[in-house]
Design a protein around this ligand. Sequence first.
Ligand code: SF4
Ligand code: SF4
Length: 470
Amino acid sequence: MSEQIPVQDVTPADKDSDNVDLYVQREKIYTRAFTGLYRNLRRVGGLVLFILFFGTAWLNWDGRQAVWWDLPERKFYIFGATFWPQDFMLLSWLLIICAFGLFFVTVFAGRVWCGYTCPQSVFTWVYMWAEKVTEGDRNQRMKLDKAPMSGQKLLRRMAKHGIWLGVALLTAITFVGYFTPIRQLVPDLLTFEVGGWALFWIAFFTLATYGNAGFLREQVCIYMCPYARFQSVMFDKDTLIVSYDPNRGEKRGPRKKGIDYKAQGLGDCIDCTMCVQVCPTGIDIRDGLQFECIGCAACIDACDTIMEKMNYPKGLISYTTEHTLSGEKTHLLRPRLIGYAIALIAMTSLFGYAVSNRSLVELDVLKDRVLYRENDNGRIENVYILKVMNKAQRDLTFMIEAKGLDGLIYEGQREVRAAAGEILSVPVELSIDPEKLPSSTNDIVFRIQSADDPSIQQDSESRFIGPSVR
Ligand code: SF4
Ligand code: SF4
């Protein structure tokens, strides 16, 4: 007998309508406030990140903003170091290191990044706190939403949106302040003298923060974040994940405190649904691991509180592994984790080496379009423009020389002084007796070296062209 594909009736409720709505409308999530170890950890982590984000923008270093992307000048200042577009390879390295760091953490402890440090989560927790302060806890908010508009409702709504917008505006100003010096941006804003672009980006990031943390919330994690989609392939049976222990919890059900519930065939779960009510993504962790779970451990805190009240041992929901749940041994050290750790250590070391050995002078050699010419003395001459870029944060004097051919005569500035961050164009002529030219195309090297600090030097290869050698 042939198998049949199961079908589902999707006829719209309104039979006269031709439209079939395939989009399930989002149900608003009313999270319940809770306390506990993991909430405290998340608060401490969030506070540290907030202090870093909002505070770093105001730090100064050597008379300029310590962390500053100077886009018009195409320079990135981070404390004592200046990075130029030529250094952007290092940025790619850094991003790869971050990716491997994330892979390592995910294999080891699941989505702790999402639950504790992702800006989307951190700002959403702050917005949820503002919601609770202004509109009350879960039941009060549900009641308020259903209630008709009144003076009190309007006031509460205004207070909530006022805090949301205030946080969003501060975030946007700080973020833009990493690109336009914040000590100049804020007074300009207060005196309405801020530039059009800065204003545009402040408005953009204010709306983005307000919309993401206030309204989109878990939808960003569920529908927009790619990490949510691929994190499950990184999990293995030894990854720490937030899990409900069905062996201990089932059969779930309500019961009177103090009764011998085990005799009645009940497990430790009293089916209070607190774990669902505190979940910012609105899922029931008792249904097993789901991609919507951001690993925030709110359900652990909620359930532990219930277990305490019931005088049951804590940990019905906990950070655990699939192996532990099935009674097997968990292996902390496993090939994949070790592989990521080795890759991470190797790339971080290489990155550290590349940054510490980064040349603070850049030399680009541009050869003149005229291949060569013969001067009045019968010597073969080539003309070059040397672009000297002082990437150090202080003025430096540089010595220039050309090597690679015996009898090469250098004409032009041999000593140049470049201010911090300055790019100089130095015209140079090289000439040689044609008898000494070994070939029509000859490799030569320009070397630039700081007279103040000889460790700051750079070589750049070029060619010396002459007539065909018979
Ligand atoms: S909080 Fe704990 S006891 Fe309550 S429903 Fe969830 S798992 Fe069961
Ligand atoms: S199931 Fe638990 S850990 Fe996962 S998102 Fe919900 S509250 Fe957080």
